[in-house]
Design a protein around this ligand. Sequence first.
Ligand SMILES: [Cu+2]
Length: 155
Amino acid sequence: MKMHRAEEIWLIFGVAIIVLSMAVTGYQAFAHGMAPPSGMETIDPQKVDETAPFDNPGVFEVGENEYEVVMTLQAFSFTPNEIEIPVGSEVHFTMTSKDVVHGFQVPGTNINAMVTPGHVQRISQTFDEPGEYLVICNEYCGAGHQVMATTITVK
Ligand SMILES: [Cu+2]
């Protein structure tokens, strides 16, 4: 096969780039032990009540206009049940389940999380509009699933 000199050069150049990229990626993955980020936090679901921060659920001010809500979900309620925050605050929810899989959804916002036993779920939201926000469990969790709801009051 007859090849033009310029074709040959570009072919070598192209193959060299592929080989080099594979070598760099391979070196990073194996030699440095790289893995995709997971950020998974686990907790013993039998010991939620004794494990910080879930031994003291509630609404905490963590900064200017910034709140953390430490929450446990259990059949068929949310603890704390009353959440009140000022308008415009950023709220960080830290949640876990004490029994089965529950959902944490606030219709009209982007909050929609699955809260599973043995894991810590984190989700943040800024509430710019005052009002009563309905919170519902959207994962079927048992006979009382339909009553598992609460509200977040923003004022
Ligand atoms: Cu539930």
